[in-house]
Design a protein around this ligand. Sequence first.
Ligand code: PLP
Length: 411
Amino acid sequence: MLINPQFPKLPESYLFSNIAAKVSAFKQSHPKANVISLGIGDVTRPLTPTVIEALHRAVDEMASAKTFRGYGPEQGYDFLRETIIEHDFLPRGVKLFPDEVFISDGAKSDLGNIGDILSKDNRVAVTDPVYPVYIDTNVMGCRAGDLTPDGHWSNLIYIACRAENGFVPELPQERPDVIYLCYPNNPIGTVLSKEELQKWVDYAVHNRVLILFDAAYEAYIQDKDIPHSIYEMEGAKKVAIEFRSFSKTAGFTGVRCGYTVVPRALKGYTIRNEKISMNHLWNRRQSTKFNGTAYIIQRAAEAVFTPQGQKEIKENIAYYMNNAAIIRAGLVEAGFEVYGGTNAPYIWLKTPKNMSSWAFFDKLLRECRVVGTPGVGFGPSGEGYFRLTAFGKKENAIEAIERIRQSKIRV
Ligand code: PLP
């Protein structure tokens, strides 16, 4: 038996284990230290009462022969597909058919699995720094080439997003076949305006490029002019697949539900230039390898869209965004160069005095007892930057910022 030769090429994911090891060593030598983590990318507030009630109701349905459900449709129940279209898309002027929306157990699986319907010969572009799943799944799918000593994969096209270009990705010099865009962005916390996103859609239309648009954080957008869906852009249905998640929107990180939109108008090409429906391919892939998201979870997701459900999730999002505002304002006052945090739960800061991301990590832990994530862990262009998240408790955000402001670490 031979293994997939791509797997040994993947470096172990040292980022979060390195962080955990450093924090644990620090706690051992400073047993009384109260270490605050602003590094977590997971929600901390519980599921809301409306979601919990829907879950209980659905569980009770499963207990009676009359209302019990076995296998559901692999693509998801119509009640959820229709509710999503009515609430997430129609109000933004986007019309979709229920068969264009595929319910899943979260965005991560779909972002990884989408490679099943794409040729190994596609050139793939990513923005850098980047959510690591896009890269690692392309390594597994034979599209990344080899890891070079400077931390790049030889076949991937990297689009650097740094302060010098305002963190706005520039169209690549070399034409990719597939490009991943994530907005609001993890890790940088930035967004794209309508004009900027339209530029990418136009480029994709003219160059036959597929855009994989990750909108896992769209619920955090505060500015009313920022697009929530790529389909708000003219022509996008012909070139883009959009990934959405209930994880950060409604606290479903441990419950697992997301969805992927594959428009009927989106076509891929065979080597002989025949047009093929991507919706058809994804449907074929899902009905073969996926047996549907649990009924009770889909009922819970449906409840998110009720008026009370919306009110409750908006309160939680406001809570996290208030943390983001506290962190952002405190850092700005302390003289840091800060990005993100106004339309996303992530704050991206430039390390002072050109310190490396890891040197800043160590200093922040030692001097302030605060943990964050070194930017270089998200790709070579993240060196010299640092990510903080707003998903913790408000008291901790206040305390962490106070420590930073009082410390020698301030700029
Ligand atoms: N996309 C981005 C950019 C993320 O940061 C995450 C989770 O952290 C996901 C997708 C995965 O979301 P899910 O929990 O739906 O798998």
